[in-house]
Design a protein. Structure first.
Length: 583
């Protein structure tokens, strides 16, 4: 009898091959209205803030999916965007307004006129601008709607308007009050300062577990995080993650306390969705964190989709860099949003999964980046990747990236081949060293010949390429070693791979050869024997689940972990019986 191996496939991305189902969630949208009938802001929350209740405002529901109506007598906000030559944040005599700057209240978008002036309905929580590619902000880029001074200063920065720039993506920092975690975070920020990117973008889950924390505990974490990022020498862009939403899962109701829900994030960092320009790219930050019947789920709400549509209407033909926390495969209305983004050349960046993987989202490349905190400060990420961050190099229409391990002064990332090899295949490696220049890179299969690789020098790392004819090797497992040499000597990286003509792997092979498959997408085929599933929430049309499926073939069985998954797809899974999972 063949041994039955129990394999655990950590999977949150089943929809890559067989998940094409869709669920819908309809959350009521409310207007907060003052005594004169003016809209103060728009929200999906079912309760007003304490200050709004004290002001005798009214909570008025409106139909989901429709932009809040603007009455004839609604108040408006007016302001100006000016060129701040001396960068003092004040519009001095002789400093003129800037035309054609995008300004938004989060619901609609307008542009400044020839005097730099704008008018918007008094709706939403903030007024914010899209910082142009050839300017930097000398004031905050956002203002609270209730502020008296709604002027924005910009200083001309022609060097920023370049087709070539580098930025760093950090995600899932999960900062708490443990000193060793703050020290590690600050070590990473120190490394990034040495890289000197154009900007740093941090894609959510800034703090540890705000949803289950008290207001005071979450504020302590936000303070530590906020103080730490002040040490960065370049602009920083933040966004909200599911663990940054405060108090919603705490054992006591804190909904009337200041800082509840997204309010604390907004107090520290402003709007949860916005845009800015850098080089030739229009950059967009989205917020998929929504609620239904007291539960958290992921969907770009209709009013945010409408904002996105209007924002993009001013940027037709421009390439996009789009950032958010939760990967698009867990969004209820991902198709609607991706259809909008597909009208541009787009690259997506996300986090949330604590693993590092490039996926295809309806034809758009989506880079899910590994967590800075690894697996919640307990070690490496779930796919074996070390704690790290992503360096992204933009070269005109081409975008390259390198996942950098924190603290590594030399590092090799083997990009190709994957764990299953057939025919003539490319060998590709990225090499980072602080002891450059790189002198040579070579590869070796098992104990065979050492083959030189062609080196392409990048700005912060090198890429080496060569070809290997795997038909000259026996079927089965082999070891690939990539060896690099800098002025300090030789360093190397190894990986296991299998010469194999089929693209579907038997379940029984994975545990004995776990080192070969960890961190890779693998196709397996089998019969679903048991479902161990629990409801996350039930929408009007579907059920959203977490849990596991036990799958079996002739050689063994495996447990497939399912996260944020739509039950409509289970029938398709049972019919197809081919699963793509990350080990």
């Amino acid at each position: 009898m063949r041994k039955t191996s129990l394999l655990v496939l950590a999977i949150v991305i089943l929809s890559l091959v067989f998940l094409n189902g869709k669920f819908s969630v309809w959350a009521t949208i409310f207007r907060i209205i003052d005594a004169e009938g003016n809209t103060i802001r728009v929200t999906t929350e079912t309760q007003m803030k304490k200050a709004e209740e004290e002001a005798d405002y009214t909570l008025s529901p409106i139909q989901s999916g429709i932009v809040p109506p603007i009455s004839k007598d609604i108040s408006q906000v007016k302001g100006i965007v000016f060129e701040d030559h001396n960068a003092n944040g004040v519009q001095d005599i002789g400093e003129m307004g800037l035309a054609d700057i995008l300004v938004s209240n989060g619901l609609t978008v307008t542009v400044t006129d020839e005097t730099g002036s704008y008018i918007l309905p008094r709706e939403g929580d903030f007024i914010f601008i899209t910082i142009p590619s050839n300017y930097i902000s000398t004031t905050s880029w956002y203002k609270n709607l209730l502020e008296d001074n709604l002027r924005f200063g910009l200083r001309f920065a022609p060097d920023k308007d370049s087709k070539h720039f580098t930025f760093v993506q950090i995600t899932d920092t999960h900062i708490d009050d443990l000193e060793e975690h703050s020290i590690f975070f600050e070590k990473a920020l120190g490394e990034i300062n040495k890289i000197n990117p154009a900007f740093v973008i941090i894609t959510g889950d800034l703090v540890f577990a705000g949803e289950s924390a008290t207001i005071s505990q979450a504020k302590e974490w936000y303070d530590i995080y906020s103080d730490s990022i002040k040490n960065l020498d370049v602009p920083v862009f933040n966004m909200v993650g599911n663990h940054d939403i405060v108090g919603i899962c705490y054992k006591k109701d804190m909904s009337n306390e200041p800082g509840y829900n997204k309010e604390m994030y907004q107090d520290y960092f402003g709007p949860t969705y916005y845009s800015f320009d850098w080089g030739s790219y229009h950059c967009i930050v989205l917020d998929p964190n929504e609620f239904f019947d007291g539960n958290q789920f992921y969907r770009i709400p209709d009013y945010q989709v409408e904002w996105l549509r209007k924002d993009l209407s001013y940027k037709q033909g421009e390439p996009l860099l789009v950032f958010f926390h939760e990967p698009t495969v867990s969004w209820e209305n991902r198709a609607d949003v991706l259809n909008l983004l597909n009208q541009h050349t787009t690259k997506l960046f996300s986090g949330h999964w604590h693993m590092d993987i490039l996926i295809d989202s309806q034809g758009i490349p989506e880079q899910v980046t590994g967590a800075l905190c690894g697996e919640w400060w307990r070690g490496d990420c779930s796919d074996g990747k070390p704690c790290g961050y992503r360096i992204v190099q933009v070269e005109g229409n081409n975008i390259f990236s390198f996942y950098k391990e924190i603290g590594a002064d030399r590092q090799i990332n083997i990009i190709a081949p994957g764990p299953l090899v057939d025919g003539i295949t490319e060998v590709t490696a990225q090499i980072y060293t602080q002891y450059g220049p790189l002198e040579e890179v070579r590869y070796q299969i098992d104990q065979g010949n050492i083959i030189p690789m062609k080196i392409r020098k990048e700005k912060l790392w090198n890429t080496a390429n060569a070809m290997w004819d795997s038909t000259q090797a026996k079927a089965g497992y082999h070891t690939l070693m990539v060896q690099a040499k800098d002025k300090e000597g030789v360093f190397f990286k190894q990986m296991k791979m299998k010469v194999y003509k089929d693209e579907i792997l038997s379940l029984g092979e994975i545990i004995p050869h776990f080192q070969a498959y960890q961190g890779h997408l693998i196709k397996v085929k089998g019969e679903i024997k048991t479902s161990l599933l629990e409801e996350l929430y039930i929408s009007e049309r579907n059920t959203f689940i977490n849990g596991a499926l036990i799958v079996k073939d002739e050689t063994g069985s495996g447990v497939i972990l399912i996260g944020e998954y739509n039950t409509q797809c289970l029938a398709d899974l049972d019919r197809d019986k081919i699963i793509t999972a990350k080990v």
